[in-house]
Ligand binder design. Sequence first.
Ligand code: AMP
Length: 465
Amino acid sequence: MPRKAKTKTVGKKTAKKKASTKKKTEKKIEEPKAEKKSRIRTPQLLRGMKDILPGEQKYWNYIKSKAEGLAWGYGYKRIDTPVLEETDLFIRTIGKQTDIVEKEMFSFTDQGGDNVTLRPEMTAPIARAYIEHGMINLPQPVKLYYEGPMFRYDRPQAGRLRQFHQVGFEVLGDSRPVVDSQLIILAYNFCRELGLKVNIQINSIGDVESREEYKEELVNYYRSRRSELCEDCKKRLNKNPLRLLDCKEESCKEVREEAPQIVDWLDEESKDHFVKVLEYLDEVEVPYILNPYLVRGLDYYNRTTFEIWPVEEGEGEVVRQSALGGGGRYDGLVQSLGGQDTPACGFALGIERLILKLKDLEVEVPEQEKPEVFLAQLGEAAKRKALALFEDLRRENIRVAEGLAKDSLRAQLDTANKMGANYTLILGQQEVQDGTIIIRDMGGGIQEVVDYKKVMEELKKRLYE
Ligand code: AMP
């Protein structure tokens, strides 16, 4: 017996040992699994890209609804084009020697072997759409507005993103200076009505021929002072001489002081056009600053160029930051893409830059619409009834929010308060049994028990009478 017992014990031990070995083995198998789990890498937001979270949306709605309102007021129709276009569209219009085309395009070859690019701007796609859809046959001018994401592979910093958003207005099919002026007025009003103080900077870069003559003169001048230029400007001398005027380096700015000014090289028609644009602006008292160095970098511009800058008034001094937007005339663009001769003009504002400025100035932006009614419930039976009542209220176009995912009444009342609801409807077990419902006035905290069947009527009386 004892031997048996001993054997038994040994057997138990062995079993235990076995079990513990098994455990150990299991553990061994589990360990790498657990380690693997903790090593799962969460994909990160790409550099220069941003999520627009719910808390930010009020700024976006504010700007988009302003765009919509002004578009209606000034007679513009909305256009949306794809974010992806043939790469060639941008190379041919923006220009090979520009920063955008040289360094900043998100371009790739797709599965079918086509060279495609995420749009860095919207003017060229709009010109393409104008031709492709035969908009020349519509009554001219065709006035279009847009809003959407653009992509430029730039060095990210405050106010400079790789995916950013623009809202823009374009007028195609009219060469009159009044078109340029009204676009500038629209850009100015857009910013003013958002609550921003802005300056319009304006210039004329003439037509292609006069600009070529000017470029030659400019290059001659800058060559004579080549040693004073930064390395980038030395390159610009051969590639894109107009951009010499844009350089932010102090030494280059000094050289610019004595550079020939493009206004002195304008052809008669461009000069006339420019004077008229300014006269129209004077007529409506939109202030502007003449900036002889404002050339804008893209190849397609001619005649009027302008930018919208934020103004901060401090001790009479105008402090400038970065441009909120810009635009100009592009009379040759449609034709350069194979369309008919279609003079045009437009501008774009950067939405992120507008938002930065709105925040900076603490401009009050309308909150998202508050619910008129919050529907609270307590207990399973009440939850069911509330689910159906919510649908009835929604169908009646009452702005209603609910706390169906919560079981505590206090938590639901807190939410109703935070959301700023005017009334809270409370359905508890008692009310379900009695066929009643409580209407709580969130302002005064007064509660009334009403007949469930009359809830809609009672609510509307309180909300709308
Ligand atoms: P542009 O066509 O380059 O003159 O751009 C017009 C406006 O778009 C600028 O004034 C900015 O407000 C905005 N913008 C341009 N590039 C960027 C960017 N990389 N990030 C954010 N906003 C931009």
